[in-house]
Ligand binder design. Structure first.
Ligand code: BG6
Length: 496
């Protein structure tokens, strides 16, 4: 995106993964570091501490990681020879994050004479022990000027709890040292949003309420609980996806141009737009939001259980009002976006996996071609993040096969997967390398998180206070019918 974000640290670093053998580390963080290693992006002499509470031999830890790589990396990505080289960077640390007596002195002893290397502490642990962990990092005198701490979303449960967590971390690390991760910002096409908007005069001049009818942002998943019953049932789609990924996409699509593409300027613009989101409170919640929960159904030809069945299998709960689907009509109260609706949607066990942003332009003000030329479909810009990374512009053009003037919709298609020779980007890898290099551009500022919580809290509160049950939808569909009504009531429809 700019010089800063492409910068890769040339210096050897120490990455300390707390929760080193947990799900996130095994599925995402360690594979990302392995990919960086294969791509030659890791300086010799760097070290990765895999912290775990369980007493395990070194070989045992290495083989747990190897099994995970074989399971979670793409076909053909794993290479045993490279893995054995990568393994030399790994240092197991048997510690209890919350108890200084359990392993911290040993960890401390391994950092002597490494003061100048970047130190990255990744808290891949549950948020309620962030405080203990930071306190112990501090007690072990591990925090240097060149240290950073990475924390996962969602930070907290609401604005108040997020604030408490932020305050705790802030006792030990400065705001500049705190890297709040949202892996959607590591996706190349998400970063491309800024290039598209601010690198082309073509779009920027049309990017407002005068030309745009509405914008849709959808992140649709086919997966269900994936064994995360405990976390998910407390969070729900609103905290798990809307508070962070969807609002991040929304802010990148709608923010004003920063005068320079650096962390402070980009984040300042994102905060402004998040603060301009029109609050949805009390009775308005029913009018502007729809929550859903899946029941059993066919996804990709396979019968999948309903949410409650999955929950009962993975926890001791048998009933729940947790939403696995959310659709929202939102507005941004500022000059640029006045009265433009933003439709946000996300859900699990939907018909297809996709993540898309659709910018629907207004119709031409007058059809000069007359009815015989066919109807004019308004222009549409579709930015696809998943499964393919592409940008499509839907235009009207003359049907050249006919003598008379008939117009038909055509597509300008920019497929990044094809145009980059199948290059595959990995969000976590990008973000880890940025954190190592000390570049915070793609990380969330404390005030961004706070503004996002401030907007989602009243919605969750109303659902809870009014005991609104989510609408049921069959797995493998596009969610409850009520989500369609949210748009049909506005004479619009979901475009994916
Ligand atoms: C995570 C959520 O942040 O994002 C998960 O906790 C979700 O519930 C995941 O499945 C989706 O990420 P991606 O990159 O697969 O779209």
């Amino acid at each position: 995106m700019n010089d800063q974000t492409t910068k890769v640290s040339k210096q050897a670093f120490d990455l300390v993964l707390f929760g080193g053998t947990g799900d996130l580390s095994l599925r995402k963080l360690l594979p990302s570091m392995f990919r960086a290693f294969i791509d030659g992006e890791i300086t010799n002499g760097s070290r990765i501490f895999v912290c775990t509470r369980k007493q395990k031999e070194f070989d045992e830890i290495l083989s747990v990681i190897e099994v995970a790589f074989r399971n979670f990396m793409l076909d053909g990505e794993f290479n045993a020879e490279q893995y054995s080289q990568f393994g030399k960077m790994i240092i197991p640390a048997i510690i209890d994050v919350t108890d200084y007596e359990q392993g911290w002195e040993k960890l401390k002893s391994q950092f002597a004479k490494r003061e100048h290397n970047a130190r990255i502490f990744y808290l891949a642990i549950i948020p309620n022990i962030y405080g203990n962990c930071c306190e112990n990092i501090n007690k072990a005198k591990l925090i240097t000027d060149n240290s950073r701490v990475i924390v996962e979303k969602p930070i907290g449960y609401d604005q108040e709890s997020a604030e408490k967590i932020n305050q705790t971390i802030a006792q030990y690390f400065t705001e500049e040292q705190i890297y709040r991760i949202d892996h959607y910002l590591g996706k190349e096409t998400v970063q491309n949003l800024l290039a598209l908007r601010f690198g082309n005069s073509l779009f920027e001049n049309l990017w407002d309420a005068k030309s745009i009818d509405h914008i849709q942002i959808s992140i649709n998943e086919q997966v269900g609980l994936e064994g995360r019953a405990g976390f998910y049932d407390d969070a729900g789609a609103m905290r798990d996806m809307i508070q962070n990924h969807l609002l991040q996409l929304l802010s990148l699509i709608t923010m004003e141009s920063p005068n320079k593409m650096n962390a402070d300027n980009i984040r300042a613009e994102k905060i402004k737009v998040l603060q301009a989101l029109r609050p949805i409170i009390n009775e308005e919640v029913k009018e502007h939001t729809v929550s859903g929960q899946y029941v059993a159904g066919n996804v990709n030809g396979k019968l999948e259980p309903g949410y409650l069945e999955e929950l009962a299998k993975n926890s001791d709960k048998t009933s729940s009002n947790t939403e696995t689907f959310v659709a929202i009509r939102a507005f941004i109260d500022n000059w640029r976006w006045s009265k433009v609706p933003f439709y946000l949607r996300t859900g699990k066990r939907l018909a297809r996996r996709s993540a898309e942003i659709t910018i629907q332009f207004k119709s031409v003000s007058h059809n000069a071609f007359g009815a015989d030329a066919g109807s004019l479909t308004p222009n549409r810009l579709v930015i696809q993040l998943q499964p393919e990374e592409s940008i499509q512009l839907h235009l009207m053009a003359k049907d050249m096969t006919q003598l008379k003037t008939v117009l038909k919709p055509v597509k300008l298609d920019l497929n990044f997967t094809e145009s980059t020779n199948g290059f595959k980007s990995f969000g976590y890898k990008r973000l880890l390398l940025d954190a190592i290099a000390g570049n915070a551009t793609l990380f969330i500022h404390r005030d961004e998180g706070a503004a996002a919580w401030k907007w989602v809290d009243p919605i969750i509160k109303y659902w809870k206070e009014e005991e609104l049950s989510p609408y049921l939808y069959r797995a493998g569909t596009w969610g409850p019918k009520e989500a369609d009504k949210l748009l049909t009531n506005d004479q619009r429809e979901w475009l994916i």
